[in-house]
Write a new protein. Structure first.
Length: 256
């Protein structure tokens, strides 16, 4: 359903205990060269000062393109993103996580790219950043196109780079499942329907790596990807092992 004076792009951000980072993320969205957007901050029961930081920011900036939506309790990133998509008014839905940063040309370049490709689903390149949001020089290059079979072996599609055209993919099909790595599970489900994702090979996002140790992140990633193969996709053990080996090699290459 079209909304009167609806923005072109709705940006969905799950928000949970990010008082240290959320101001930078809001700033990076407000700095976009393409101005016709709304940012939906879905607050998911933070225990720190996140809500106060957001409310003070909105009062100071008087930014009416940012909407604060509160979940009744902590329900997890998947449900937070689904709530944001459900309330989105724009034709295009994009995601940015609450500790990541966008380059100023991100929306402008990605929208033009999607129009040129007549794409329903696109993603961009990105750069790893430190806790202060400073780029580390490790830029992830992305392929021109990824289909379902390739996506199973290459999880290079990063949430904060993704954009969907809801004129081509109904919002009901963008609901993330209640499983860890729910974002990757959604990408696979969309691609499984026969669609493809188009990659814009430009470094337009900074992926902040902060918090847990690298070793614990790696172990958690291994558990998550294995469960996606076995549970979300229902693959046999041999097929899961086959795809996992490709995933592991590419995951290492992205980080060295």
């Amino acid at each position: 359903m079209e909304h009167e004076n609806a923005p072109v792009v709705s940006i969905v951000t799950p928000v949970y205990n990010v008082e240290k980072f959320i101001t930078w993320t809001m700033d990076s969205v407000r700095a976009q060269s393409f101005p016709d957007w709304e940012l939906l901050l879905v607050e998911d029961g933070s225990k720190d000062g996140t809500i106060s930081v957001i409310e003070e920011y909105l009062e100071k900036t008087q930014e009416d393109r940012i909407r604060l939506i509160r979940q009744p309790q902590n329900m997890g990133a998947a449900k937070a993103r689904n709530r944001g998509v459900a309330e989105a008014r724009g034709r295009y839905v994009a995601y940015v996580d609450a500790d990541d940063l966008w380059e100023p040309l991100k929306l402008e370049h990605q929208l033009r790219f999607m129009e040129e490709k007549d794409a329903a689903f696109s993603f961009t390149g990105y750069e790893f950043a430190d806790e202060n949001g400073k780029g580390l020089g490790k830029i992830v290059r992305v392929p021109e196109v990824i289909d379902y079979k390739e996506a199973l072996k290459n999880t290079t599609i990063f949430t904060s780079t993704v954009m969907f055209d809801t004129a081509k993919i109904p919002k009901e099909e963008l609901e993330m499942p209640q499983i860890k790595s729910e974002d990757t599970a959604l990408w696979w489900r969309v691609l499984r329907s026969g669609r493809v994702a188009y990659g814009l090979d430009e470094n337009l996002v900074k992926y902040r790596r902060a918090g847990k140790s690298l070793s614990s992140n790696k172990l958690e990633a291994i558990r998550r990807i294995w469960n996606l193969y076995r549970i979300a996709e229902g693959m046999s053990i041999p097929s899961s092992v086959y795809h996992f080996c490709f995933w592991a090699v590419r995951a290492v290459k992205r980080r060295i």
